[in-house]
Design a protein around this ligand. Structure first.
Ligand code: NI
Ligand code: CA
Length: 377
């Protein structure tokens, strides 16, 4: 099964209403898929996290290294791509590009062997994953607390048992938001906060100490990801479990944070950390360091399917009768192509998602939808 072509697909939607995290304003949704075609007619799909247009450029630069190779030689291809781009590319767009290619190769491999990816990766510990709703971004046109409470109440009504809101909009606003959300959802819904590195150490310590009374499951990306020492110090100076890792790419990036004891919960994204090949290695690192692994997920149903296969193979830690299963991040923000591009849209029922069990990723692309959501020139 030799690779004959590599295609990239941009998907774009202009948002009618922009939304904000601590540091950015989303005016559109723009994601990027990788398609790998083989000489036996099989096609694999992957997705890259991060700046879509840069991913397109890097995947195009990597394409000559792929043509003529066996799509089943996933590890050798990973090593070749990484080593050819290593000198300037140890994290960031090089890794997000490799991730999309790697996922497409696993999809091909699954189709070739007629098995779901989780089976090829050694088998699933679980095929039903509890999900949490990711939302609670800021609507700049509305009152923060009121719009937030309205939105998250909707997630609880949909059956989600866990949800994550954005903070990083100023100490007083954030504390008022967290308090109002906890009062609105009651004591039995899991609640996480994500600062998108919008705080410095001192303010993050204050927020963590105040927010603890509202039973927060984790405090995500409290400070900038370069500040590994601040992460470590934050863990010692406030009571909330600290989470992070969506920008610490590759086994080396993740390992540095784990070695320095930065987090209680490590959050690699399969579309950023280096694909499923690298994500599998992160499972070993998290195991060795005894850190909880809860993947980050952000993208279309291709990214979500890859994330679900990753979730399926994460061992329970510790192994126990009532072992906890890492919750799956289910982005609830407006994105009309997220599920429209596949024949088997990924949905939840009462907050539970089934891992696709068809060959490869287990989802089938609808090409007309790729055309419909292609960026207009
Ligand atoms: Ni729209
Ligand atoms: Ca995040």
């Amino acid at each position: 099964m030799l690779i004959t072509a590599v295609h990239t697909h941009l998907l774009h939607h202009d948002l009618e209403k922009p939304f904000q995290s601590a540091f950015s304003t989303f005016h559109s949704r723009r994601h990027m898929l990788v398609e790998i075609v083989c000489d036996n007619g099989l096609i694999g799909w992957g997705e890259c996290l991060g700046p879509a247009d840069i991913n397109v450029a890097i995947v195009k630069m990597m394409t000559p290294l792929l043509i003529g190779k066996s799509a089943l030689d996933i590890e050798p291809i990973w090593n070749e791509l990484y080593s050819q781009f290593r000198d300037q590319g140890q994290r960031g767009a090089t890794l997000t590009a490799i991730s999309g290619i790697d996922i497409a190769l696993w999809d091909l491999s699954g189709k070739f062997y007629d098995q779901p990816i989780y089976q090829l990766l050694g088998g699933a510990y679980r095929t039903q994953i509890p999900a949490y709703a990711t939302g609670g971004f800021r609507d700049p046109s509305r009152d923060r607390v009121q719009s937030l409470v309205e939105e998250i109440t909707g997630y609880v009504e949909q059956g989600f048992k866990a949800l994550k809101i954005k903070i990083g909009f100023g100490m007083a606003t954030d504390i008022a938001s967290i308090k109002a959300v906890r009062e609105a959802i009651g004591p039995n819904i899991m609640l996480m906060i994500d600062a998108n590195h919008g705080y410095d150490l001192s303010d993050a310590i204050k927020i963590g100490n105040i927010a603890a009374q509202y039973d927060i499951e984790w405090f995500e990306e409290p400070v900038v990801p370069e500040a590994l020492n601040n992460y470590r110090e934050l863990r010692n100076r406030q009571p909330l479990p600290v989470a992070g890792g969506e920008t610490w790419h590759s086994r080396w990036g993740i390992n540095e944070a784990l070695k320095q004891q930065c987090v209680d919960i490590i959050q690699p994204d399969v579309c950023g950390v280096g694909g499923l090949t690298e994500a599998r290695k992160i499972i070993t690192l998290a195991d060795i360091h005894h850190v909880r692994l809860v993947p980050h997920v952000w993208g279309t149903n291709i990214a979500m399917a890859a994330g679900l296969h990753f979730h399926a193979i994460i061992p329970p830690a510790p192994n126990a009768h009532e072992a906890r299963s890492a919750h799956f991040e289910f982005d609830q923000t407006h994105n009309p192509f997220r599920s429209a591009i596949v024949e088997e849209p990924i949905t939840h029922h009462q907050g539970i998602i089934k891992v696709p069990n068809g060959p490869g990723l287990g989802v089938t692309i609808i090409r007309e939808k790729l055309a419909e959501f292609a960026p207009k020139p």
